[in-house]
Design a binder for this molecule. Structure first.
Ligand code: HEC
Length: 154
């Protein structure tokens, strides 16, 4: 191949490459998207309960029970299976530490599941405000504990 042709081919492939990168950045795909969606749904439910406990909206035990179930359904193994080893495709905020400390990571996902179930059960059985508050705090604490170590916010 003559030199200028090599040059053209090179420039073209570089162009395609940057196009591919730009595309990846425009939105998450595959398992990264799946777990971002799951986290967003978790977050929406937790926020609603938080607003009830802050008395910004009326307390609704049934809705809290439901929120607990939704969060629990996305936690534990349902959460960890969305983190296959090395799935760090852009624009992920997952830290590579997840796979170095897999036990800690999966324990936190399980703690989220157990605490969300506890919150849901409490709400379902009409537990008092203090009990609901403490279950909620326990659940929200797992978000923070996990994000501190395993999420790199961008
Ligand atoms: C076991 C660890 C773990 C637990 C527990 C956890 N998260 Fe996350 N969360 C992550 C990781 C890792 C990411 C980054 C995922 C990615 O970008 O690929 C994340 C991302 C998020 C995001 C950003 C989603 C997006 O669209 O980019 C939100 C919101 C979120 N989590 C909310 C929560 C809330 C609320 C809780 C608790 C009720 C929670 N998470 C519990 C690990 C966890």
């Amino acid at each position: 191949m003559n030199r200028s042709l090599v040059c053209v081919v090179f420039t073209m492939s570089a162009g395609l490459w940057s196009l591919a990168v730009a595309w990846a950045h425009s939105g998450a795909m595959g398992v990264v998207k799946e777990r971002m969606d799951a986290m967003t749904e978790i977050s929406r439910n937790v926020k609603t309960v938080g607003r009830m406990l802050k008395e910004e909206i009326p307390y609704d035990g049934e809705a809290v029970a439901k929120a607990g179930t939704v969060v629990a359904d996305h936690a534990g193994e349902a959460m960890t299976r969305l983190f296959p080893e090395g799935s760090l495709q852009s624009p992920t905020e997952a830290s590579p530490a997840i796979w170095k400390q897999w036990n800690d990571f999966s324990q936190l996902a399980e703690r989220l599941r157990v605490s969300a179930l506890k919150l849901g059960d409490g709400a379902r059985s009409g537990a008092d405000r203090k009990t609901i508050m403490s279950s909620f705090a326990e659940m929200a604490g797992t978000c923070k504990s996990c994000h501190e170590v395993f999420r790199v916010e961008k």
